[in-house]
Design a binder for this molecule. Structure first.
Ligand code: ZN
Length: 278
């Protein structure tokens, strides 16, 4: 299933994509795409609904972030060996973990704000993992049982705030609009192998990132298990699993976003996002 949220920011309703690519309204049956609806029983209930009888939604509706109730937005850094190389870093011996403020979350096609004083706003297409049930001390073998599904994420990053302003990366990752999620939460039954998905990102029609989750250093199951040794993961938590090469920082010379630039990014089977900078 491709689950989504549509409508005005802060007042989104739950929806689902039908087999013809139309949005059907779920709000008569489902409170929202979050919480208990992400557990296997909740997803099974949604899967049993007769989609063709649900109200059609205008295709021009704004899409919101594809999940609600995200308590934690956890990111993995330098998780593609070739991306680590382009930033001048070596592949870490354990996952690099950092947090992005949940206030950065927005819809997949909402405009991206260049933060005040920024000269180094950058892009990162990433595979997002959405937790479906609480995970604490789970093994790698059991880890995917706790995953509801996947989505596209643009892990927008201000490189000067991230790297040149001291301390951890959080400052460069948490600006408003720096966390577009969606367009859909694609349930894991439709993603049999999360480690074999093509992914790409273009700015103003130029393709900068062209990678695959095949070259991820620490895969999804490992990352979920690993994180659950340090904190419990809850339904609606989002993990952004790192970016392949081709970020602005890695260009020679570096290229950064400016007002008016348009990003287009996507992952095989998970849909695409488009954002204009302001
Ligand atoms: Zn990232």
């Amino acid at each position: 299933m491709k689950l989504l949220r549509y409508g005005q920011a802060g007042a989104e309703k739950p929806g689902i994509l039908d087999k013809d690519g139309h949005i059907r309204d779920l709000s008569g049956h489902v409170s929202d795409i979050g919480g208990r609806w992400l557990a296997p029983e909740g997803l099974a209930t949604i899967a049993a609904l007769p989609l063709e009888t649900l109200p059609l939604v205008d295709t021009s509706a704004r899409l919101g972030p594809c999940v609600t109730g995200t308590g934690k937005f956890i990111c993995i850094g330098l998780n593609y060996s070739d991306h680590a190389a382009e930033t001048g870093a070596s592949v870490p011996t354990e996952p690099v973990v950092f947090m992005k403020a949940t206030s950065a979350i927005q819809g997949p096609n909402d405009p991206v704000e260049i933060p005040r004083g920024s000269e180094k706003t950058d892009w990162e297409v990433e595979l997002g993992v959405i937790i479906g049930t609480t995970a604490k001390y789970v093994t790698e073998a059991d880890a995917l049982d706790h995953v509801a599904g996947y989505c596209v994420i643009n892990d927008l990053s201000e490189r000067a705030f991230q790297i040149e302003r001291q301390g951890q990366w959080t400052k460069g990752k948490s600006c408003d609009t720096f966390g577009p999620l969606g367009p859909w939460l694609v349930t894991k039954d439709e993603v049999p192998d999360p480690q074999n998905l093509n992914m790409w990102l273009e700015v103003n029609g130029h393709r900068y990132q062209n990678g695959s989750t095949r070259t991820m250093v620490y895969g999804v199951a490992f990352v979920v298990s690993y994180l659950s040794q340090f904190m419990s993961l809850q339904p609606g938590d989002v993990i952004s699993t790192g970016t392949p090469p081709g970020v602005g920082l890695g260009q020679k010379p570096p290229v950064y976003l400016k007002a008016g630039d348009r990003m287009l990014l996507g992952i095989q089977g998970l849909g695409q996002q488009s954002q204009v900078c302001f």
